[in-house]
Design a protein around this ligand. Structure first.
Ligand SMILES: C[C@@H]1N[C@@H](c2nc3ccccc3[nH]2)[C@H](O)[C@@H]1O
Length: 449
């Protein structure tokens, strides 16, 4: 163990109400929206191969030309209330919304730069519209903020000279001012999702970032900040030099999902996921593999079964409308969630052995277990191996409690549930009412000391 001034200030999960609520969300929505939605992944008829929100970094476009896009930003179809309704229908419990992406364009009228929505034909405060609309739907709001800011003259990738150092001191003040401004303007937001924090210039700011995190938490008690915000004084990110998670949850799962519980090291975490392979901002030509509703439902189940949240990304168009393909996916996911949401909300890792037929989740604070079935075996027999001698008091279909199953006990902690042939449109959920195990003579089962 090394002594750290700016490492993690907490070991283990946060246990306060704000974090417990976040932990129970299960399904969230990410929204990437900004000037990059106007070109939508192409420029002068030429397709940009990278992620659409990175198009400014493409040498096919003069930077100043991209930067002038604020003068053409006028999203006439923008309607935050309809976005929030879509999220509600899908069953999302929170939204992570881009206030400022790497290009530096602010979707709120920041006092600290001219490069904002106030200096666009649209003029109005988009962040406020989104916060108010989602608050009204009872969906929590987390604000995405990119530290890296390609538009700001004082941004540096590294600090190699006195001039760099003087400029970056100005940039640090600017960043702090914008973050305090966001937390002050939008007091109902529950957290900040930081990005663009991997460059050396920021990694060298362990003390400053640590103080800033402390200041933000003091300003907004309960604020939720992930592991991507700051590095420790040895430049260690996400996990400090002692291997302890920085921030309140792990933010390393970008477009990937842990495969087993050991991968999450007992921490909270979220997985943020794109519908195409790698497009966050609107890209008109969705090339390559586009995930289906069933794939996304299974990803949601997998994340919840491993104690995390699944946050699905939407990239609204330059006019502010959400594309039809995304609306269709939101509806498909929502239809499944309307029937099976009990197995997702306020659920976490069950501690049951993973089986090929799907995923277990456990209702937090109870002995209620959910079996989220995606792959019925040809035998129709669903194997269950409990973490210890466990009595299964009742097994029934979540969608229809009158459809019950009589578990066949194979051993002290192993059972089969036998399905009738082809009876359930997959994916379906079986709920197990369980009780801590009893030994045969009825003595309460005591875990080995
Ligand atoms: C949540 C995602 N994070 C940004 C991002 N930029 C990256 C540069 C290099 C490697 C990974 C990146 N992810 C993406 O643009 C998106 O906002």
């Amino acid at each position: 163990k090394v002594t750290l001034l700016h490492g993690s200030h907490r070991t283990g999960k946060r246990t306060d109400a704000a974090m417990e609520k976040w932990r129970g969300h299960g399904l969230g929505q990410f929204i990437h929206w900004g000037l990059y939605a106007i070109p939508g992944g192409a420029w002068n008829g030429k397709q940009y191969n990278g992620a659409a929100e990175w198009i400014r970094s493409w040498n096919g476009i003069p930077k100043s030309t991209y930067d002038s896009l604020n003068y053409s930003f006028n999203p006439t179809a923008f309607d935050a209330k309809s976005w929030a309704k879509t999220a509600k229908q899908m069953g999302a419990k929170y939204v992570t919304f881009t206030t400022k992406h790497h290009d530096g364009f602010c979707l709120w009228p920041s006092k600290y730069t001219k490069y904002t929505v106030a200096n666009s034909p649209y003029k109005k405060d988009i962040v406020k519209a989104v916060v108010d609309a989602y608050d009204q739907e009872g969906i929590d709001v987390i604000l995405y903020f990119s530290v890296m800011d390609w538009n700001h003259p004082d941004w540096r990738y590294d600090i190699k000279s006195k001039e760099d150092s003087i400029a970056f001191e100005r940039f640090k003040k600017f960043t702090r001012n914008q973050l305090i401004e966001l937390l002050t303007n939008y007091p109902t937001v529950k957290g900040l999702w930081f990005d663009g924090t991997w460059d050396t210039s920021w990694v060298k700011q362990a003390a400053f970032a640590d103080e800033l995190e402390t200041e933000m938490r003091k300003l907004r008690p309960g604020l939720i900040i992930g592991s991507r915000f700051r590095a420790d004084e040895n430049g260690k990110r996400h996990f400090d030099s002692n291997g302890v998670l920085m921030g309140d949850y792990e933010q390393g799962w970008e477009r990937k999902i842990p495969s087993r519980i050991e991968d999450v090291h007992g921490n909270d975490w979220d997985c943020v996921m794109t519908v195409p392979e790698n497009q966050w901002g609107y890209n008109a030509a969705w090339n390559g593999h586009i995930k289906t509703g069933l794939e996304l439902i299974e990803m949601t189940a997998r994340c919840v079964s491993l104690g995390g949240n699944f946050v699905l990304n939407f990239g609204p168009k330059g006019d502010g409308s959400i594309r039809q393909e995304e609306l269709k996916l939101a509806a498909e996911i929502g239809d499944w969630m309307k029937i099976n949401q009990q197995a997702i909300y306020n659920c976490g890792y069950a501690g049951y052995d993973k089986q090929d037929w799907g995923y277990f989740s456990k209702k937090t604070g109870t002995d209620k277990i959910y079996m989220l079935v995606f792959n019925v075996p040809v035998s129709g027999a669903l194997r269950i191996k409990t973490p210890a001698k466990t009595v299964i008091k009742k097994a029934s279909l979540l969608a229809d409690a009158t459809e019950t199953f009589t578990p066949e006990q194979i051993s002290g902690d192993e059972y089969f549930l036998h399905l009738k042939k082809g009876t359930h449109p997959q994916p379906f959920v079986i709920v197990l009412e369980t009780a801590p195990g009893q030994q045969s003579n009825g003595v309460k089962y005591e875990k080995a000391k």
